[in-house]
Structure formats: structure tokens, C-alpha cells
Design a protein around this ligand. Structure first.
Ligand code: IPE
Ligand code: IPE
Ligand code: MG
Length: 246
């Protein structure tokens, strides 16, 4: 499968909605947390697969601003899984030259999670390879609201800049590492929606949906999504003929 990938057309930014852990566990008669625990191998596989292919940015949706509405036992379980996993995976990230960058409302995560994230950021900050953005307590609307807040503060001090507000200007207030356009967005588990993920950055993303549940997702599934992406014609508003002429 990997040989079918054109190395000259690797998507620069891949975003993944890792969905289906609960159903994966249910199929096995187990509790939902069992699914979340078995999701870690998929995270490792996809992270390594993307790094090997030379993807520049990988953004993984791990916990949404809406996921707080789940039963407390699941939220608590997810948080402790997060805390232990980040710490455990730091050496592997360092070894693969991957830089870890959380995105989302991190200040409202448990203190222990914040500490481990800080450690992960520090230990990987000089890495020059792929940027792995982990979306935690993340919501696209939260991110845009937050950007607007910062932007308004700036405009209060510099009212003349109002006329210069454009996409590039706004980009600066959106989390810097997620600002590169998402080229490929993958969602597992057969759901066909964006669920408040990277609303601004995915304006022109190619969407790839697969029935595979996240804990079963491996490099082969990633390759399949990239091949699907490479077979699309990304017209970005132009006509097909214009693209051929170029
Ligand atoms: C995705 O799997 C993981 C998180 C949202 C944290 P789910 O837990 O949503 O699994 P399903 O969709 O219920 O199967
Ligand atoms: C989206 O999955 C969030 C994450 C993968 C972290 P959900 O399972 O929470 O999304 P909905 O509720 O089905 O839209
Ligand atoms: Mg789900």
C-alpha cells in the first residue's frame, strides 16, 4: 500500500477525529474505558506513520469541549489515561524528532495533565521534525472566540488596524501551530461530521471517512486515506481545465 503513495504529494497537515472507542469496547462486551485504552496503539501507529512519510503537522482530536458532558467516570478515566500516556510517550516523541504542542483550553485541564504536557513540550521543543498537536479540551468555536478576544484587545490599542483585518491577520490569533491549512481530515467510525474540530483551519480540507473504529486504525488505514487524498482534484475554486494547463 505504501508504495502507491506519491512522496511529492504528501498532505502537509493531517487532522484526525479519533472516533469509535466506545463502540469498539461495546462490541467486546467491555466498558468504554477499555476502548480508550486500546486507542493508544492507533495513536502511536498514525504518529509514526505520518512522521515517516514527512507530514509536517499532525493534529489529533483527543478531547472536545463537549466531551465534559460525558459520565464523570468516563471523563475521569480519560483524564488519567491522558496523564499517564503523555508522560510515557515523551521518549518516543523525542526519539522520532517530533515536537508536541497541545491546543485547546489547556488551563482548564487537571493540574497533573498540565504538568505532564508542559514536560512534553519542554522535552520536545528543540525537535525539528513533525509537529504533533494534541487537541485537548478543544473546540473550534472556543478557538475562534478566543482569537476574537485577543484580536479585539489589539484593535483597542491600534484602532487603525481595523481596515487591515483579513485572513492572514486573523490567522495570527488562531493557535499558531494549527494555523497551517488542514489538507486532509480523517474521521473514523463511520460518522460524517466535523464535531467542532478545526473549523477555521479545515475550510478547504479534503474529508476522508472510514468505517474503521479508532482502536483498529493502523498505518495501512492511514496510507489508504492519503492515497484517497492524492486521487482527489483539489481545485480550490478553479476549474479542472485551469489545473491541467498549469
Ligand atoms: C472517541 O471515541 C474518543 C473520544 C471522544 C474521547 P468515543 O468515545 O466517542 O467512541 P464512540 O463514538 O462512543 O464509539
Ligand atoms: C469527537 O468525537 C471528539 C473526539 C474525537 C475527541 P465525539 O464522539 O465526541 O463526537 P460526537 O459527539 O459523536 O459528534
Ligand atoms: Mg464518538
Amino acid at each position: 500500500m505504501k508504495e502507491k503513495i506519491d512522496p511529492a504529494k504528501i498532505p502537509s497537515h493531517i487532522a484526525v477525529i479519533m472516533d469509535g472507542n466506545g463502540r469498539w469496547a461495546k462490541k467486546r462486551g467491555a466498558a468504554r474505558l477499555f476502548g480508550h485504552r486500546n486507542a493508544i496503539q492507533a495513536v502511536r501507529d498514525v504518529t509514526e506513520g505520518c512522521a515517516e512519510l514527512g507530514v509536517k503537522n499532525l493534529t489529533l482530536y483527543a478531547f472536545s469541549t463537549e466531551n465534559w458532558n460525558r459520565p464523570k467516570i468516563e471523563v475521569d478515566g480519560l483524564m488519567s489515561l491522558l496523564i499517564s500516556t503523555i508522560k510515557k510517550e515523551i521518549p518516543t516523541l523525542a526519539k522520532n524528532n517530533i515536537r508536541l504542542q497541545p491546543i485547546g483550553d489547556i488551563e482548564h485541564l487537571p493540574v497533573e495533565a498540565q504538568k505532564n504536557l508542559d514536560l512534553g513540550i519542554r522535552e520536545t521543543e528543540s525537535n525539528t521534525g513533525m509537529i504533533l498537536s494534541l487537541a485537548l479540551n478543544y473546540g473550534g468555536r472556543w478557538e475562534i472566540s478566543n482569537a476574537v478576544k485577543k484580536l479585539v484587545e489589539r484593535i483597542k490599542e491600534n484602532p487603525n488596524e481595523v481596515d487591515t483585518i483579513n485572513v492572514d491577520y486573523i490567522n495570527k490569533y488562531i493557535d499558531e501551530h494549527t494555523a497551517p491549512e488542514v489538507e486532509l481530515m480523517i474521521r473514523t467510525s463511520g460518522e460524517h461530521r466535523i464535531s467542532n474540530f478545526l473549523l477555521w483551519q479545515a475550510a478547504y480540507a479534503e474529508l476522508h471517512f472510514t468505517e474503521t473504529l479508532w482502536p483498529d486504525f493502523r498505518k495501512e488505514h492511514l496510507y489508504n486515506a492519503i492515497i484517497d487524498f492524492q486521487n482527489r482534484e483539489r481545485r480550490l475554486g478553479k476549474t479542472s481545465e485551469q489545473l491541467v494547463k498549469k
